[in-house]
Design a protein around this ligand. Structure first.
Ligand SMILES: [Zn+2]
Length: 248
């Protein structure tokens, strides 16, 4: 999706600089999707957090005619490093990357940045990056949206998955990508998980402690309950909810 062409005329990667200059004559906001590349249990895709952030942001962008930047696919996922395929930045690096991206946007004249986040481990560093940035530019309007925390999303997930939604490799995020990446799940091996993953523990954990406590990577979730039908409902709720916030 990210390297093939899209249908979105507001996707920065498929625009030219004069188009961005024109956009800035009337509008000063941009969506910045951020995620992570990390294990999502034995059935979830490593890209879930950035794929959801990107796809949701693209839909919001088209509905609100708001510019959307390319997705940042790497985040703070140190605790998932005992699982192959996870790619992480350290918190300090990630904060710096965010501050410098926001600084780039500010220099072009953007005044409002909606960071659309798909990963829990990013929340603390994003908040810190906002504080760092606002320390030298108090006028910048920085908004963080953790899409899976949106009220409409959590209410629906609670209703259909109850406690088995879990905290990582959740039924909600796996359902969402089963909707957006249906063919990918079909070609992956089908593993039927019978029991939810281990319960939450004290935090933070080192990579080895994490794998010891959550041997297959899931945190209290039972992704076998996930499906594309729920995924579409969750996706639409997340998009509509963000659109409402932008129009407020
Ligand atoms: Zn995730």
């Amino acid at each position: 999706m990210m390297t093939s062409q899209t249908q979105n005329p507001f996707y920065l990667a498929e625009m030219t600089w004069p188009q961005i200059e024109d956009y800035l004559k009337n509008k000063d906001s941009i969506l910045l999707p951020v995620g992570s590349t990390e294990q999502h249990g034995p059935t979830g895709l490593l890209g879930i957090d950035f794929l959801t952030a990107f796809d949701i942001s693209m839909a919001v962008s088209q509905k609100t005619k708001t510019l959307v930047g390319p997705v940042l696919p790497f985040g703070m996922a140190l605790h998932h490093m005992a699982f192959p395929g996870t790619l992480t930045l350290t918190p300090t690096t990630y904060i710096k990357v965010l501050v410098e991206l926001i600084e780039s946007l500010q220099k072009h004249g953007f005044k409002k940045v909606w960071v659309i986040n798909g990963h829990g481990g990013n929340i603390a560093p994003i908040t810190t990056a906002f504080c760092e940035f606002l320390n030298f530019d108090q006028k910048m309007d920085l908004q963080l949206i953790n899409w899976w925390h949106l009220e409409e999303v959590t209410l629906y997930e609670k209703e259909v998955f109850a406690d088995q939604n879990g905290f990582h490799a959740t039924c909600g995020e796996i359902s969402t990508t089963m909707y957006t990446h249906e063919e990918v799940y079909k070609r992956n091996p089908q593993i039927k998980l019978q029991e939810p993953g281990a319960k939450k523990t004290t935090w933070p954990l080192s990579p080895l402690e994490f794998r010891k406590h959550f041997p297959d990577g899931r945190m209290a979730s039972l992704p076998s309950l996930a499906n594309a039908h729920h995924g579409k409902i969750i996706f639409d709720k997340a998009v509509d909810s963000i659109v409402r916030k932008i129009h407020k």
